[in-house]
Write a protein that binds this ligand. Structure first.
Ligand code: HEC
Length: 313
């Protein structure tokens, strides 16, 4: 009890001179402080035992001397009566043997009769009692470590950490979901950042054949109304994914993640109607978005039909 506030006093004293406090914090890391406190506590406990022993010894001597002075003969077992059992014997009796075994329980049964219920006044079994004491010791250590010492995370910090971890896991799961896009569920992205990434991919991997602005060179013009394999995000994604290998357009699923194919496909759709210089002549059929106001003529139906890219496997 003396040692613990001592630590607090020390902290206050050092806090008064911040520079000294910082120095001390460097010299004396936290675990050293705790080692000192625990060591001090052990010394204190040992000293207390010693004082008690000396006390008992003196008491015995005084009684013997007084008896000798008065000429009274002490009984045979006086030493036992005076000194009592040793500390360890007392402890053993108290904490290990002071329980009446089941065979002798009838001796200590109290004979009050409460509607047929009798009171058995026995001690708790030693193993149970000792476990109980251990939990108390554990609780003290726990309080020091988690609440006062700041050694471990508090419940609140633990909660925050867990939320943090869950957020990360969620981000990973969402990223996985983004990569799970395929031609059946792909949607056109509108986020500027995503389209920017799509543009980058286009400039790096596609512009060589489709032109910097998508005007077309080896590959077809991607800015006009005409599509060989169908327009719209789903068809464009599908063409990119499976490619048209026999015409020189590889299946990009081997090079790009699904989310990247979605980005570049979305970027391509933004090129529509940009009229870049040197456009390649239209190829394929005119494409109208489904649900668009334009009347559905046969050409459109054809386009939808021819939208299936040639199987690649
Ligand atoms: C080696 C040249 C080459 C590269 C590189 C290339 N393409 Fe192509 N692409 C072509 C050719 C050739 C076609 C026409 C296929 C056909 O005639 O069926 C085509 C067709 C397409 C079509 C279909 C156009 C339509 O009218 O239906 C899309 C969409 C497309 N490419 C997107 C891309 C994207 C996106 C990339 C980059 C990731 C890319 N291409 C890279 C050569 C290329």
């Amino acid at each position: 009890m003396l040692i613990v506030p001592g630590g607090a006093l020390l902290a206050q004293a050092t806090a008064a001179t911040p520079a000294a406090a910082a120095d001390q914090a460097d010299l004396l890391p936290q675990y050293m402080t705790w080692a000192l406190i625990v060591g001090g506590a052990l010394v204190f406990i040992a000293a207390m035992f010693y004082v008690i022993k000396v006390n008992q010894f003196l008491y015995k001597r005084i009684v013997q001397m007084e008896a000798a002075k008065a000429g009274v003969a002490l009984p045979e077992d006086a030493a036992n009566v005076l000194g009592g059992d040793s500390f360890w014997t007392t402890m053993r009796k108290k904490y290990w043997e002071d329980v009446v075994p089941v065979e002798r329980e009838k001796d200590i049964m109290l004979h009050h009769d409460y509607d047929g219920i009798h009171e058995l006044d026995n001690s708790m079994p030693p193993w149970w009692l000792n476990m109980f004491y251990i939990t108390i010791i554990w609780a003290v250590g726990y309080m020091f470590y988690y609440h006062w010492g700041g050694g471990g995370p508090s419940s609140e910090e633990e909660y925050k950490n867990k939320v943090e971890r869950a957020k990360k896991e969620m981000a990973v799961a969402l990223a996985g979901q983004a990569n799970a896009v395929d031609e059946s569920n792909v949607t056109a992205l509108t986020d500027a950042g995503m389209l920017g990434e799509g543009e980058l991919i286009f400039k790096n991997s596609c512009a060589a054949c489709h032109g910097q602005g998508g005007e077309g060179s080896v590959g077809p013009n991607l800015t006009d109304d005409y599509w060989i394999h169908g327009g719209g995000i789903k068809n464009v994604f599908k063409t990119i994914k499976y490619g048209v290998p026999e015409k020189g357009m590889i299946a990009w699923s081997s090079q790009l993640k699904p989310s990247d194919m979605q980005k570049v496909a979305s970027y391509i759709l933004t090129l529509h109607g940009t009229n870049p210089p040197n456009p390649k002549a239209p190829q394929g059929d005119i494409w109208k978005e489904e649900g668009a106001a334009a009347p559905q003529d046969t050409t459109v139906t054809d386009t939808v039909k021819t939208a299936e890219p040639a199987p690649t496997k």
